[in-house]
Ligand binder design. Sequence first.
Ligand code: NAP
Length: 313
Amino acid sequence: MNKIENNLLIIGSGPAGYTAAIYAARANLNPHLVSGLEPGGQLTITTDVENYPGFGDVIQGPWLMEEMKKQALNVGTIFHNDIVTSVNFDDKPFLSKTESGKEFLSKSVIIATGAQARWLNIDSEKNFKGFGVSACATCDGFFFKDQKVIVVGGGNSAVEEALFLTKFASKVMLVHRRDTLRAEKILQDRLFNNKKIEVIWDTKVIEFLGDKNPQTLKQVVLENIKNSERSIIDVNGAFIAIGHDPATSLFKGKLDMDDENYILTKNDSTETSIKGVFAAGDVKDKVYRQAVTAAGMGCMAALEAEKFIAEEF
Ligand code: NAP
């Protein structure tokens, strides 16, 4: 068994995890970082990033994450392309086991596991996942060249995905369950000014229809929420952009969480209900959910971990 005794284990490799790693490495804590299922996190499945400060020109999400990783490695972070499968916060040092069989015995832990895309959870959605139904326009939009697609949702993600999809699709229909969007005004303006986009208000998706062999999405059944009228529209692709759930199943029953399973931390702090365990980024934040706020929290977590280790060990 490969037992690794260390000061600090960082779980997750989004902006929160990498920023925590940069600060902790520069504080000589020799942090170990386990990347998780989706190395680089959600920014690796976006394209243009215009709101991360420090870049005059538009940058690409995957590039930004590669740079953060490089920076974390250059200052001494020990990187593991692995997945943490269990944690024990009952005893110190904290024990975390990984898929590849590593065991970390850590004085402190920073959880930066982020959040995952939410699905509609209707039966037919499962049948067409990967065969027309997707939660990532950046990953799959290219496949819908000159075809018709819908995007479900009314937040920033849905509007950004709809705009992005106009680069490929012949028509994009944004299906939203209310009559106003949650997205920022600047994005709404771009949406309403785009001739390829039609917004279908007060409407939810009831069912996905298509062929079984080969599995191909052909239509969606929609229902108007106000008058319950149903309609069927022909589409080739459906992108679900209705928000995210925090990746916290590993920590259930081990740390205090709110009713949506976001990890709770003390006021003005990243410390969780267990002393020495910290949480940063989307895993604990359902309000801001930005790369820059996640990075800020990663910095806070590293500074708090450093202080904790200095005081306790
Ligand atoms: P969000 O803001 O929570 O929006 C989710 C949308 O999906 C809402 O419009 C919601 O409808 C709808 N929805 C939720 N559950 C649904 C269901 N079961 N069926 C149909 N519709 C459903 O999520 P998001 O757009 O992913 O954004 C998350 C956070 O990241 C936000 O803070 C956002 O500002 C941020 N973000 C920022 C940028 C950027 O700054 N460039 C880009 C992307 C995301 P209701 O409106 O009716 O609730």
